[in-house]
Design a binder for this molecule. Sequence first.
Ligand code: FE
Length: 131
Amino acid sequence: MKKITRTDQQWREQLTNQQYRVLRESGTERAFTGKYVDTEEDGTYVCAGCRNELFSSETKYHSGSGWPSFWDVASRGNVELREDNSHGMRRVEVICAKCHGHLGHVFDDGPQNKTGLRYCINSAALDFEPK
Ligand code: FE
């Protein structure tokens, strides 16, 4: 995966405040406030920072968490995982492999008949491209 790098100033110009807060400052949008929580349309979710293809609507499901939830990634190499011990929790952070933007976290309480994983992703980190 070819990485892209931009200066902080460039990111601020390109992204909305909310996108910047999530992608570049690892912020979390409030539950049930994101624009893709309930989306069911067919299509692809790409990174709002760099258009990297991240998740397919085919793996999106209603977790009840208040954030868009997926049980798999679109392509293995397109996201990276890393340990996140902030806020007194042990979590696994999900980041975009191309721009290293923060997307959300992955938990192991996903659908048991699929992967058992729940990728809990901020709407603000995503853009939806309908099929
Ligand atoms: Fe990205």
